[in-house]
Design a protein around this ligand. Sequence first.
Ligand code: SF4
Ligand code: SF4
Length: 57
Amino acid sequence: MAHKIDAEKCLGCGACSEECPVSCISEKDGKYAVNADECIDCGACEGACPVEAIAAE
Ligand code: SF4
Ligand code: SF4
């Protein structure tokens, strides 16, 4: 299990990246994405997103 960012909803604010305890969210071309291999599924990013673009998959 990992959390995933919906690129269509992501505003590129970076709030999720700042909350991630294992620094597995990175920016590319103005959008943020979760590295599923490193995500520990803690859910911290989900609450930080202002547009609810992140969910467990
Ligand atoms: S669920 Fe936790 S570990 Fe996974 S991307 Fe979000 S903050 Fe990082
Ligand atoms: S907090 Fe939400 S809108 Fe902001 S970069 Fe992360 S996924 Fe995108």
